[in-house]
Design a protein around this ligand. Structure first.
Ligand SMILES: [Zn+2]
Length: 373
């Protein structure tokens, strides 16, 4: 299977995450890092929002990035005009397709879409832009109707269509079903845009790719509206480690990008975040530590260094004697079986009070530094 193409929307959907604001400099820095990483498309902003957004997009168009710089538009001529002012070559036009959004939000009926597409997409194409047509709330849209919208978009000349699971309601099975239904009927590539409301964005994106979606929309650390989007690092990790895709991918660069975003937004990388969480290579349980001491492949799928991590063995409630002896030896302390058991008993008693794993100091307080009389 061909590797999926990546579209990153950190600068657009990511910035729509509550409370997030990127300065122009930050946006440019992120875009350059994403470009170095090798994403195909950077969805960089919404020109219609105003002067600052336009100037960032204009600047990005001058940077000669390898990635396509994409401007996000509503299905409206004024939005396309705002994009044209930025000098972008690629635009995305988005239109709600579900009855609930059409009737309650736009107050239009579904027959309005095709006529409006003719006007807006036609205008953009005549201006020399390439156009991606997105269906907002596609997952609450009748698939047959959606197929007809996408077919029409294809017929009038869009280069790609986007399926947005705007409320994050799909499951992998449903994703596979609807995406293969659509891709079997289309010639242009389909971009799948997931939201993570039930923690399924990465799984759904994988299912979409397997069902024929050629492009997957992601964002760094999954930053996006509400719970967020498909996390770029989770999706790349899934394709690389589980599907043999993205050969020679540079995970250290990706980690640097996540760290950069984390600092910019003051949102720490969660301790248990796949690939880059601080705790994911920290092992405590006796069985696991015992296995790892024999061979890393027992309980680690790949060496932690591959993703800029480091294995750490810690002593805790679930430690066994073998791990304890090993860690004690590393600190220059030789323990026999009885001493190890005694240590574990003392430690568990302490932990019941302190509720923390033993760090070096506690270890020494029991065994290295003799108790004061
Ligand atoms: Zn979205």
């Amino acid at each position: 299977m061909t590797d999926p193409l990546l579209l990153d929307t950190t600068l657009r959907d990511g910035e729509q995450s509550p409370g997030i604001y990127f300065t122009s400099e930050e946006k440019i820095q992120l875009a350059e890092a994403l470009d170095e990483l090798g994403v195909s498309v950077i969805e960089a902003g919404v020109p219609q929002m105003g002067k600052e957004e336009k100037s960032v997009l204009r600047e990005l168009c001058h940077r000669n990035l390898k990635a396509d710089v994409l401007a996000w538009n509503r299905l409206a001529v004024e939005d396309v005009k705002a994009s044209l002012e930025c000098g972008v070559e690629h635009i995305h036009v988005s239109v709600p397709t579900s009855l609930v959004l059409l009737s309650k939000d736009l107050r239009k009926d579904s027959s309005w879409i095709q006529g409006q597409m003719d006007v807006v997409v036609g205008f953009a194409l005549r201006e020399g832009l390439t156009v991606s047509l997105g269906a907002e709330d596609a997952s609450r849209t009748d698939p047959a109707f959606l197929a007809s919208v996408f077919k029409h978009a294809e017929d009038i000349g869009v280069t790609r269509v986007r399926y947005a699971d705007t409320l994050g309601i799909l499951t992998p099975d449903k994703t596979k079903e609807v995406i293969s239904f659509l891709t079997q009927r289309l010639r242009v590539p389909l971009d799948f845009h997931a939201h993570n409301d039930f923690g399924l964005a990465t799984a759904n994106s994988l299912a979409a790719w397997q069902a024929g979606a050629r492009m997957i929309s992601c964002s760094v650390m999954g930053m996006g509206e509400r719970v967020g989007n498909t996390s770029l690092e989770e999706f790349i990790g899934t394709i690389h480690f589980l599907e043999n895709g993205f050969p020679d991918f540079n995970f250290l660069r990706l980690k640097a990008l996540c760290t950069l975003l984390s600092k910019m937004t003051d949102r720490p990388i969660p301790l248990h975040k796949p690939l880059f969480g601080k705790e994911i290579f920290r092992h405590e349980s006796g069985i696991h530590v015992d296995g790892l001491l024999k061979d890393g492949s027992t309980y680690e799928l790949f060496p932690p260094e591959t993703v800029g991590g480091k294995r750490e063995l810690i002593v805790g409630k679930h430690s066994g004697r073998a791990a304890l002896k090993y860690l004690a030896r590393q600190r220059g302390v030789a323990l026999d079986d009885a001493q190890s058991q005694d240590f574990l008993n003392q430690m568990r008693a302490q932990m019941a009070v302190k509720k923390k794993s033993m760090r070096k100091r506690s270890f020494q307080s029991i065994y290295v530094i003799p108790p004061t009389p």
